[in-house]
Design a protein around this ligand. Structure first.
Ligand SMILES: [Zn+2]
Length: 276
């Protein structure tokens, strides 16, 4: 059953109160602040959120009712657009982010500007946990690939919960293990698999997170994520389109035949799909 959060306007604090309903559990107090096209995430102005939001992040949904009741009031809901960074200037911003409908790319870069995605973070996980383990600086850039909603928790709060709640700690460590498996698999993928297979796997990984058949993405964006030049992406995308597996136009990409696309993907997709 989906967790449903109902938001009400609070004019004094300019945040929204909310109620979570999940199998009889009513949890109040999810605050919401954020807006599109922001760069300073520490001082987000408030916006009016939809009357009802669905909490879809699997890490948060996996918490016990007792932990959820304590955690939900400490979360903030924000909307981030494609291309925005979670960490600026090589520094953490003091939050752990739990994507809802958004998808985050952890990108590693070289001094010549070349980039490659080392991990994809969607509704199955969280971004920013490394800071809670003592890292002084991010190991990578964290950039929004698919626009959408996220909820975030202050890093200090996350540390307190990690230290005090055994079940919270267990769930987070399980996710960190899955995250490390993803990075390991991506290294192998980017070393040995051809671009058409990699593109098919990557598109399927996106679809598993956004839960829809089409979304906004350009070949230029994909080239930065997969670490190849744009013409190579266009050639691979055309090959998949010629097989009627996908279609794309004007910055939108659509998966037409998922089952056949899975057959065109490298083994990494099924490996990574099964770790969550
Ligand atoms: Zn692969």
């Amino acid at each position: 059953m989906l967790n449903k959060i109902k938001h009400e306007k609070n004019t004094d604090r300019k945040v929204a109160a909310s109620a979570l309903t999940n199998a009889g559990n009513n949890i109040n107090g999810l605050s919401t602040i954020g807006r599109k096209k922001i760069r300073n995430f520490k001082n987000l102005p408030p916006i009016a959120f939809p009357a009802q939001t669905i909490l879809t992040n699997q890490l948060l949904r996996s918490q016990s009712a007792e932990d959820s009741e304590r955690l939900i009031p400490q979360l903030e809901n924000i909307y981030l657009s494609s291309g925005e960074y979670l960490h600026q200037n090589g520094e953490f911003d003091g939050y752990v982010y739990f994507p809802e409908t958004a998808v985050i790319s952890h990108l590693q870069t070289l001094t010549d500007g070349k980039t490659v995605e080392v991990a994809m973070i969607g509704r199955e996980g969280a971004s920013g946990i490394c800071e809670t383990f003592g890292s002084n600086r991010p190991a990578h850039y964290a950039q929004v690939t698919i626009s959408g909603n996220l909820v975030r928790m202050r890093t200090e709060t996350f540390k307190q919960e990690f230290a005090s709640s055994g079940s919270f700690q267990t769930h987070m460590l399980e996710y960190v293990n899955a995250y490390l498996i993803q990075i390991s698999q991506r290294v192998v993928c980017e070393s040995f698999h051809v671009i058409e297979e990699r593109l098919a796997s990557w598109l399927l990984m996106i679809q598993n997170r956004v839960k829809k058949n089409q979304w906004e993405i350009t070949h230029e964006q994909i080239s930065l994520i997969l670490g190849v030049n744009r013409p190579t992406v266009t050639q691979a995308a055309k090959a998949l389109r010629d097989k009627s597996l996908i279609d794309y136009s004007r910055g939108r990409l659509k998966i037409i035949n998922r089952l056949e696309l899975e057959l065109s993907a490298c083994e990494c997709f099924s490996t990574l799909q099964n770790i969550h």
